[in-house]
Design a binder for this molecule. Sequence first.
Ligand SMILES: [Zn+2]
Ligand SMILES: [Zn+2]
Length: 397
Amino acid sequence: MLVPIDSIIAGAIDGASADLRKISLAIHDNPELSLEEENSCRVLVDYLESKGFKVERNIAGLQTAFISTYASPAGRHGLHVGFCSEYDALPGIGHGCGHNLIAISGVAMLLAVSQVMEKCRIPGTVRLFGTPAEEAFGGKITMYDKGAFDGTDLLLMLHPAPGYTGQWHSQCCLSMEVEYFGKSSHAAMAPWDGINAGTAANIALLTMGALREQLKPDWRSHGIITNGGQAVNIIPDYSQIKYTIRTSWTDELAVLRERTLRVFESAALATGCTHKVTEEFMYLDNLDNPVLGQLYEEIMESEYHRPPERGVGGSTDFGNLSHKFISLHGMYDLAGTRVPNHSAEFTSDARTEEAHTRTLFAAKTVARIAARCLVDGGFWEQVKRAHEERQHSSGKT
Ligand SMILES: [Zn+2]
Ligand SMILES: [Zn+2]
């Protein structure tokens, strides 16, 4: 091998930096909600096609999903590596989760690993999965169910955060819609004739708040009223809540789910409403791979001279994939400001040059880890063993 793999990776990613910055800003400045990411998807696909990559669109019935594939000229008999890009934004605060950066990190890693395969004549394939709707609905779950990830040996992605870690055990989460149905009436003339669905929604949230005393420290419970009535002088005959519960492990999620459903029912009983609960989507916990995670953290620590942070909190639809595939969900420090995701400050940080530089460093790190799996059989065996051990111990507290 004439050129070291790390230099090929650095050259590929640094060489694309200016283009990636343009793509990142185009996505950031035009934030699109889950399943509406038409421009973001188009910008990414256009760039990949301009670089000669084959791209399939409209994957698993999702118009804003895509798969870009590179097959090594040395043959397809090696590992099948995949990276994920996300590009959906949040209502009100835009790219407060930095998915514009996740989008370009996936492209960067595809460029880097495809060049490693080509220049070092390493067999295998590398694919970039454009995965929409992470913030709502779980695009990766739909894609997995329809077989989009079939044949993948190793799946990797990056996510900006207040700190870095390669061993993030995310929370399982269940998101629900709750509707209460009552009876309208004049709020002053005949309130006793009404059945107040708005009151049911309030009682539900207050009771969930009271229940919080009995929740474990790593459980989460949070919701908003999305429809509390139409006018102050009409007793609301309809209300709607969006609610999410989270735990570290799936057996605990089942316990919290039962208790939550009882609370929703009790609010209906107390007010005389009827109610309906729709379970919208469920993300599994992320099964981290300690071998991949430790290598990621070693490289990040050597750059940033700070220890990793494996804090509790947050969920991802990548968790569902981590139960099926050997995977790495690398978190990296966005700006050194320790600002949490889903805030207006994070949205501004996700647009800075500093964030861009950190994203590219993290992308080089993960590309190096993917390349190590491709060329180092002993390391790959350790990674596989670690995955099997995690699968055996998953789901239990
Ligand atoms: Zn996110
Ligand atoms: Zn998010």
